[in-house]
Design a protein. Sequence first.
Length: 106
Amino acid sequence: MAVDRANLPEGLLSVIKNYLQIFWSDPATDDRVTNITAGGMVYLNTKLGTEADYTVDGLPRNLLMDYCRYARDGALDVFENNYLALILAARDEIAIAAAAAQGAGT
């Protein structure tokens, strides 16, 4: 499933806004945070090699929240450098889970 800016996973916008300490709602802010979130999901899915589940607690969700913080603050140029170890750890976790699931199915 591709990332749909118009339909983020249920509740994700609220989680991201809370993390960013945005406690108000207006169409412009919601649109900006939605676009940042969708862009972050596409970016992280590419780095992780699969579509991650950002609706549950874990490294992918934490990375997405921090991606959104960096994007809001205009600091995406340093995000990957600062979070490379966690991106690689999340990618490894996903690969290990996929291998274990494949092994269990044989």
